[in-house]
Design a protein around this ligand. Structure first.
Ligand SMILES: [Fe+2]
Length: 283
């Protein structure tokens, strides 16, 4: 396996590996070490069935059930996956007002997967089956580099503070109201420090994003303004890698180390994407 950097501070393309075949322990260790360094790995030209993707995902840790704990829906893909396509249960392009299309619209906002629960997500593995003619890039922002470049005053304000993250918050900010059943069954909010230490690399980083509702110990408005300032700092272009998808790409990112967002695309064309997720199991 070889790793070719894609950006000055993070992200690399992994070459000379076929993920549809069983992956040995040495290769898993190599991928984990590369994840600690690059935080985002791109694998081109992968031809993966759902089973093969899940088999590889499980080699990296326990599966994260994500929102399926709280939200029941008809499924196009196996229940272990998050369906981030614009396809309906029958595999056709869904109406742009389909409830899941509207719900997935929240993925356009900078976030880190499953930060609304404990444990949150460690790795996400997003596989691309088909892409529309325009848009749909996934952008990643390196929260380690963003932390390193924090202005002193902003760092001092964030130090020792935590934010609460809630499963329905990012959707609510777009005006997508959860149903009464969704609210009743919601995962309890999770609280995370704004500044954390990355277990694999020992680096300090910012842990923020659009699931964060408020900063503990500050008024809601003051906390949200602080979160907004941190987000604006952390998503400056020098910290961002934009991935332009090709069919057959698998991209893995470390949710502890990067924020991500999907970009808008032509909703009338199929965008076939499925995500498997590894939980950040607590020791
Ligand atoms: Fe996501």
């Amino acid at each position: 396996m070889k790793f070719a950097p894609l950006h000055p501070v993070f992200a690399a393309e992994a070459q000379e590996i076929d993920l549809s075949r069983p992956i040995g322990r040495a290769a898993v260790a190599e991928i984990e070490a590369a994840m600690d360094r690059y935080a985002v790995l791109v694998f081109h030209g992968q031809d993966l069935t759902q089973d093969q993707q899940l088999e590889f995902t499980r080699r990296l840790g326990p599966l994260d059930p994500g929102r399926h704990l709280a939200v029941r829906q008809q499924r196009r893909v196996r229940p272990e996956f998050a369906d981030v396509s614009n396809l309906d249960e029958a595999g056709r392009v869904a109406d742009r007002n389909h409830r899941r299309i509207l719900s997935n619209m929240a993925t356009r906002l900078w976030h880190t997967d499953s930060s609304y629960k404990q444990p949150a997500a460690k790795f996400s593995l997003l596989y691309c089956g088909a892409i529309p003619d325009w848009g749909g890039e996934t952008e990643f922002a390196d929260m380690r580099a963003a932390y390193d470049a924090l202005p002193d005053r902003l760092r001092a304000e964030a130090e020792g503070r935590s934010a609460e993250h809630y499963v329905h918050h990012s959707r609510a900010t777009l005006g997508f109201a959860p149903s009464p059943e969704d609210i009743a069954g919601a995962i309890p909010p999770a609280t995370w420090p704004l500044i954390r230490t990355h277990a694999g690399s020992g680096r300090q980083l910012l842990y923020i994003g659009s699931h964060a509702t408020h900063v503990v110990g500050l008024s809601v408005p003051e906390g949200r303004v602080l979160l907004q300032d941190l987000l604006e700092h952390a998503t400056q272009r020098q910290f961002v890698y934009a991935h332009r998808w090709r069919a057959g790409d698998l991209v893995i990112w470390d949710n502890r180390a990067v924020l991500h967002r999907g970009r808008r695309y032509d909703l009338s064309q199929p965008r076939d994407m499925r995500r498997s997720t590894v939980e950040d199991a607590l020791p």
